[in-house]
Unconditional design. Structure first.
Length: 159
């Protein structure tokens, strides 16, 4: 018998992860969303992946622009995670933010624990998501503690 959605989510809530905001650009259009489905893939070449819901607004922007920047969030950046996951004002997520363009053209937000600016090298259509594999072109790293996600809520290393 197939696993139902509640059982699936119940099990996956047992998986602790960090929290990222993934941004992208296609021409003049910029967008981004909160993503926990992020992983490293390869060291040589340096590859990472993110899984984007096909129903998200971010997915078609990555599909068209073929670039994305992964921001690994630091402790205290719950408001940024909330801003980039909330469906209220989703087209105003960058308003009032001092973002810059990365080398790929993807928007780079300030104050993340680490930023990986990537160019899409593969896209895999799987179920209701698309796995985007990106080659990392630049990295930025800050000295801070990570924001964690476990059991459906934000945590810190000291929790
Ligand atoms: C902690 C957290 C992790 C999330 N991880 C993902 C993810 O890995 N992939 C995804 O497609 N959506 C994920 N979401 C949901 C999106 O952030 C959310 O649906 C967002 O509103 C999509 O924005 P958009 O449709 O404007 O692109 C996550 C949300 C939260 C709060």
């Amino acid at each position: 018998m197939a696993v139902d959605a509640e059982q699936f989510k119940h099990a996956l809530r047992r998986w602790p992860s960090g929290v990222t905001v993934v941004t992208s650009r296609a021409g003049e259009k910029i967008h981004g969303m909160t993503v926990s489905a992020f992983s490293s893939v390869s060291l040589d070449p340096p590859l990472v992946l993110v899984c984007a819901d096909k129903a998200s607004n971010t997915h078609p922007v990555i599909a068209e622009g073929r670039v994305f920047a992964v921001h690994i969030l630091a402790q205290g950046q719950e408001p940024l995670s909330h801003r980039f996951s909330s469906k209220a004002d989703e087209w105003r997520r960058f308003e009032g933010m001092e973002w810059k363009s990365g080398v790929t053209g993807a928007p780079i937000l300030p104050d993340a624990l680490a930023v990986l600016d990537c160019r899409v090298v593969a896209a895999h259509d799987v179920g209701d998501h698309v796995i985007y594999v990106g080659e990392v072109e630049t990295v930025q790293v800050a000295d801070a503690e990570p924001l964690l996600w476990y059991g459906g809520r934000y945590r810190s290393l000291s929790d």
